[in-house]
Design a protein around this ligand. Structure first.
Ligand SMILES: [Zn+2]
Length: 576
């Protein structure tokens, strides 16, 4: 693995578009690439990446910056984690030197735990690879129809019945206490430690940034529990993880849809069947953090939970949560109450893909489930049905959508539309009402001449000339410009910019389409100078007036002299 020593090197390795293309479908327009913004809903592209510098800007929601800021924003991570993501993507390790890297050097406890879990994964993976063909774990893998390619892709492992992880961890310098903190060993008291996973097939649980955070273990025989997860740890919070999304997030984003299943084995079966946009909830009720993840990558969800009582309850809860978040929602019902794994074994991958394509809108399923109540008939049956459905309708975030659903459900159930809407209004009355849209910060107007100047400074062929022009600007004029800090930084050429300055630069490079000529730059600087001198002259005139009103003739004289000098400069520009 190579090493990158600074951020520019890293950005250069990745190229201007790689990172953005993972999240946005881009089309080239001149020296820019444009696409639909991943940060806000839109139908026409306002997201733009400038190909020369790899800076992005959205003209709809006004987010902008470099690829690090982009990753921070879209993955919801901090600066340091964003760098990790980029380094992993570039296939290098990042060893920052100097002031920029200094603050990121201290290896914290969390980092040590990550290394420990990484080590454990390597151990388990090696143990599966080394298991002889006749061993129970191999027999299990075979029996479940897990293909070698899938085993490799999901990095499956094996925890031997006799243990061995702790010895390996100790050899590599970790303590039992650390292994306990990561949830891999248990304190048996009296200096005895036991390994949590024994005689199980292991699924590494990996977060969306590609870091292993824990394990799920499937018993090979009849051991209980059938599935055993790592406990929560500083690295692993179940409620913030969707199993498998790290491998499928590109496909999920591409299709704008995720197929949600309940566990590792379901995930494995669906993934192996060639459905690339699947993720699993790890058998918990769908939590807020998981919904946030879904929203980051998809606009709609196809739910395929088990049809046993627990599965139905989980999917009904999930439906409410997902609807409330404005996600499109369809539900798969697998015939004969099978789980996806069983169904695919019996009917093949294509049959399952058909089920995904034919997934029904959620309210069809609700109506279906409520049929027995309706069949019972009479007012009681209808009202019982309505009570059953109302919480879901009320959960629909968009009021217009909510009404449409209500009308549809009423039609299907043979209920009076007015009645349904009336009850719905009552059920929704407790709502907080519409959530105000977060005000997007709008970039202050940046005059075209300043944009040209900034653009010129970013072009190798004009840079020297543009720097000279900026340096020649009197400080009192430069200081008044909207782009002053950015221009000063560019002229100094040290490449150190605040996130705000990078955002401003991103805005300018993505909105200034024409390539300026040397004459354009000269004209721009002349106009900036002229406007600055005029403003200065106006200010002086005001000060002269004030000074003479106060009878301070000395000051008037000094100011007059300054004014003359300004007029001289304006004459020199050819505009008296
Ligand atoms: Zn946007």
């Amino acid at each position: 693995m190579g090493i990158a020593h600074n951020l520019d090197e890293l950005k250069h390795l990745l190229g201007p578009l790689t990172v953005y293309q993972d999240y946005v479908r881009l089309a080239q327009r001149g020296r820019r690439s444009v696409g639909l913004c991943p940060f806000h809903k839109e139908k026409t592209p306002s997201f733009s990446v400038d190909l020369d510098n790899g800076l992005f800007y959205c003209f709809g929601c006004h987010k902008g910056g470099d690829m690090i800021q982009f990753v921070q924003e879209i993955e919801g991570v901090g600066f340091k984690e964003a760098l990790e993501v980029l380094a992993r993507k570039a296939g290098v390790t990042l060893e920052l030197r100097g002031p920029a890297g200094g603050r990121d050097q201290a290896p914290d406890r969390r980092e040590r735990l990550r290394k420990l879990v990484q080590e454990a994964q390597a151990y388990y993976r090696g143990a599966l690879a080394a298991a002889p063909a006749a061993s129970p774990v191999r027999a299990y893998v075979q029996r479940r129809g897990i293909l070698p390619a899938t085993e490799e892709a999901l990095q499956l492992g094996f925890a031997p019945a006799g243990g061995g992880l702790m010895a390996r961890l100790k050899r590599t310098g970790f303590t039992a206490e650390e292994a306990q903190e990561a949830g891999l060993v248990l304190d048996r008291g009296g200096g005895e430690w036991g390994e949590r996973f024994r005689n199980r097939l292991l699924f590494p649980i990996v977060d969306v940034l590609g870091r292993t955070v824990g394990f799920g273990g499937r018993a090979l025989g009849d051991d209980e529990p059938k599935y055993l997860n790592s406990p929560e740890s500083p690295l692993f919070q179940k409620r913030d993880i969707l199993y498998g999304l790290n491998w499928t997030k590109s496909a999920v984003r591409e299709r704008e849809q995720v197929v949600l299943v309940e566990g590792y084995m379901d995930f494995l079966a669906v993934y192996q069947a060639g459905v690339p946009n699947v993720a699993a909830t790890l058998g918990t009720a769908l939590a807020e953090g998981q919904v946030r993840l879904v929203k980051r990558y998809a606009k709609s969800v196809v739910l395929n939970f088990d049809r046993d009582a627990a599965g139905v309850a989980a999917s009904r809860r999930a439906i409410q949560v997902l609807l409330g978040e404005g996600l499109g929602l369809r539900v798969i019902s697998v015939p004969d109450g099978k789980d996806p794994d069983e169904f695919i074994k019996l009917n093949g991958a294509q049959a399952y893909e058909k089920l995904v394509e034919g997934a029904k809108p959620f309210f069809d399923v609700l109506v279906e489930q409520g049929k027995p109540l309706l069949v019972r008939g009479g007012v009681d049956g209808k009202m019982a049905f309505l009570d059953d459905v109302l919480p879901y309708l009320a959960a629909v975030g968009d009021p217009i959508e909510r009404q449409e659903y209500a009308k549809d459900v009423a039609g299907r159930a043979g209920l009076d539309v007015g009645l349904v809407l009336g009850r719905l209004a009552k059920a929704s009355a407790g709502d907080k009402g519409p959530v105000p849209v977060e005000g997007a910060p709008v970039r202050g107007e940046v005059p075209v001449d300043e944009q040209l100047l900034v653009k010129g400074m970013m072009m190798p062929e004009y840079r020297d000339r543009a720097v000279a022009l900026v340096r020649a600007l009197p400080e009192e004029i430069l200081g008044d410009l909207a782009t002053a800090p950015l221009l000063r930084g560019l002229a100094a050429g040290n490449g150190v910019r605040s996130p705000e300055e990078t955002g401003l630069l991103a805005f300018i490079l993505n909105s200034c389409h024409e390539v300026p000529s040397a004459e354009d730059l000269e004209r721009a600087i002349t106009r900036i100078l002229e406007a600055g001198l005029r403003a200065h002259e106006r200010r002086l005139q005001q000060q002269i007036k004030d000074a003479s009103r106060q009878g301070d003739l000395g000051l008037v004289q000094i100011l007059n002299r300054e004014k003359m000098a300004i007029l001289d400069q304006m004459r020199a520009l050819g505009r008296p």
